[in-house]
Ligand binder design. Structure first.
Ligand SMILES: [Fe+2]
Ligand SMILES: [Fe+2]
Length: 308
């Protein structure tokens, strides 16, 4: 199975904003957006990525690890959901989770605005684990892959972009990973925030996953094969050992897919393709947005030898 990984689409769409929508934290976010985001992020780059994923990379499934919006506005969610709905058989082939920008205000989180717009992509194949929250959900795909969607997004004070996975969600995740329907599959966990400190950040304290060590321990203890995340808008891949047995957990971020203008390719618009076969990761391809003329091209490929 080929799994495409996009993240941090930050689709910008502001339609008839009412002034009170910009009170509180949105003033800060809106200014940041105007100064930075509108210059570097573009939904047309996301459309190019989806086209390449389907028509060149031939992916079976697409996972999007949060920050589909900037300010958690209805217009932004509507536009990003519209883009996703162009994917054939999208409800069966797409998994999404929220990022901190999708829970940008208390109102957006309380109204479950993200969950409303992306409902087709957060259903679960294991309804026995559902409680008040949609997370974690589980998508069983192909013969041997389980994709689990987590929520690390929480509304935060001004200038904070921290995340946290609630204890109840973590307990449910541990039980789900041990379920016989999941246990023997190749296990992929989607989470927006990074699990290890981001070396390029000068403000790590204000944007970290608060309980990263507990989350990481759960993934390592329950033999998760691949954790995919976003948030840093930066390419990274690291492998760390499981806490039981001899397997490893690989943690990957491709970057923000919608970045069309950049100087350092590590921060450029990217997506990953994971080739998973016979219960193991065979390769990771990373594609980078080069220009409007060239679109996305293959930037890196890592092929893994079978362990004997
Ligand atoms: Fe982001
Ligand atoms: Fe983020």
């Amino acid at each position: 199975m080929k799994l495409g990984h996009l993240s941090d689409l930050h689709v910008l769409k502001i339609e008839h904003p009412r002034p009170w929508h910009y009170l509180n934290k949105r003033i800060v976010g809106g200014t940041n957006l105007l100064l930075k985001r509108s210059k570097s992020h573009s939904s047309s780059v996301v459309v190019r990525a989806l086209d390449r994923l389907q028509n060149h990379c031939n992916v079976d499934h697409i996972a999007i690890t949060g920050d589909l919006s900037n300010l958690a506005l209805d217009s932004e969610f509507y536009e990003s959901a519209r883009i996703l709905s162009s994917i054939p058989d999208a409800a069966q082939r797409v998994s999404v989770i929220p990022g901190n920008h999708d829970y940008y205000t208390h109102a957006a989180a309380r109204e479950q605005r993200f969950e409303h717009y992306f409902a087709p992509y957060i259903q679960t194949d294991l309804p026995g684990y559902r409680n008040d929250s949609a997370y974690p959900y589980c998508h069983l795909r192909g013969d041997d892959v389980a994709i689990i969607g987590m929520n690390s997004a929480i509304p935060t004070p001004w200038f904070f972009a921290t995340g946290r996975v609630e204890e109840e969600q973590l307990k449910t995740l541990a039980a789900m990973l041990d379920d016989p329907k999941v246990r023997d599959r190749f296990k992929v966990v989607m989470i927006h925030h990074h699990l290890l400190p981001f070396e390029h950040s000068k403000v790590e304290f204000t944007r970290r996953l608060i309980n990263a060590s507990e989350v990481l321990e759960t993934l390592r203890r329950h033999d998760v094969d691949l954790a995919i995340h976003g948030h840093n808008h930066h390419f990274s891949t690291i492998e760390i050992p499981h806490l039981r047995g001899s397997g490893t957990l690989r943690i990957c971020e491709a970057g923000s897919t919608s970045v069309g203008s950049y100087s350092n390719p590590y921060f450029g618009g990217k997506f990953n393709v994971y080739d998973i076969e016979d219960g193991r990761l065979k390769s990771i391809e990373t594609h980078l947005f080069e220009s409007n003329d060239a679109g996305f091209t293959k930037w890196r490929e890592r092929v893994f030898e079978e362990k004997i």
